[in-house]
Ligand binder design. Sequence first.
Ligand code: SF4
Length: 494
Amino acid sequence: MAFAITQNCCNDASCLSVCPVNCIHPTPDEPDFGHTESLYIDPRTCIDCGACADACPVDAITRVSRLPADQAIYAEINADYYRDRPVVAEWATPKFPPAAINTMPRFDVAIVGTGPAACYAAQALLRVPSSRITFYDRLRVPGGLARFGVAPDHTGTRRIGEHFRSMFTHPRVTMKLGVDVGVDVSHATLSERHDYVVYAVGADTDRRLDIPGIDLPGSMSARTLVGWYTGHPDVPADAIDLTGVRRVTIIGNGNVALDAARILTADPEDLVGTDISPHALAALRASTVSEVVIAARRGPEHAAFTRSECQALVTRRGVEVAVSGPEGTKQSIEELPMSAPASALQNAAVVDLNDNDVVPALGSARRIVFGFGRAPIGVSGGQRVDGVEFEDGTVVASDLVLLAIGYRGRPSPGLPFDTAKGAIRNVGGRIVDDNDARVPGRYVVGWAKRGATGGIGDNKVDSEETVEALLEDIADAPPSERRRLGRVKLRSGR
Ligand code: SF4
């Protein structure tokens, strides 16, 4: 009986290197890597050794025979990935760290940020015995999105934070918390103080939706809700007021939207003992929310959420999950292949969102409705929001509106910025200026490098690419030489 990869998969590929029979795919060398929401175990070749389960940082791998009922479908999902794929017998060429890492001169790296991309970069750098790292974070608590972005009920995924925390106490690591780089210390000063600087600053603003009423009280970013329930220091306890709120409409249908919907409809007692902030738990205990509408601009075949997150919603007890949309929506869902995210909604009831009665159907205490084909054109209300208007002429009465259409990086004076991507300008992790000329000694990882796409584990390969570039540059020019060249360039205006 094979093992299967389940809902928590973070895609960081730690399991691949320990599998003795190469039956976990896609690997970083395969075209699908980074495009599938999970890795999958080929049940035809798995020899049931369990090595991958031990290596997984988020406990996502389980023996098929031990899958709980609500995760049983993952046996089929793993097998389905291989349905039309041949058994991969050959191994990719193994990659070993260059022998030169043991003879590299001592160098020190400032890493700006302490989230997953920063930690994966540190992990790769610390393989070089002569490296020293200083983490900078504007917050006094390290962890970034591993701490303040992962929902408290995703306990498996949050476990990766423990793995990262060991990095912060490594003997070759120094922590500088409460230091806002670009404000408390300039980018130029940082480059003077350290041989290399790696920016892992993420994407800390929202994509804008310019529709009338979007800034009304009661309409806010889903990021605020996430920060509220994870206890982010920037988000005050009273940032979310659920008093009298019955229906919440979330504009956008990515995993952040699903996290928000799940927390707002959760039984608060199920959150006791998690890392949820005390103020959020108290508010959820008093909450009157009975329905959350997830408004997706397009149809179910274009769903932005992942199948695993949707699967986690439909298998919960006590919350009805329904769909709504133009004629043919249900049929479109039924025709989706198993790998399609919205195929998890095949057993969901169909409801009419034009009916403003928010009392859930079928006797459930709460309801989540996936509203497909809902392009928002305005948020209505006087002193406060009271509804969301859609292109098809419908209005969904709403007491709270959350915008969850994605994140964006923000330009920082002194760092070249790619406006189209919402990220720091770079080529393969090396920062470049507006003329695509290298900025010596400066690198970037994570969302700040590629734009706000991908989950925690996607940062591993991404950060390793940047560190590989940095180590190549050390081999080409030792740190002392590079700093001299870098200072010349910095003095000339950067
Ligand atoms: Fe590979 Fe062993 Fe995991 Fe099967 S149980 S996928 S053989 S590491």
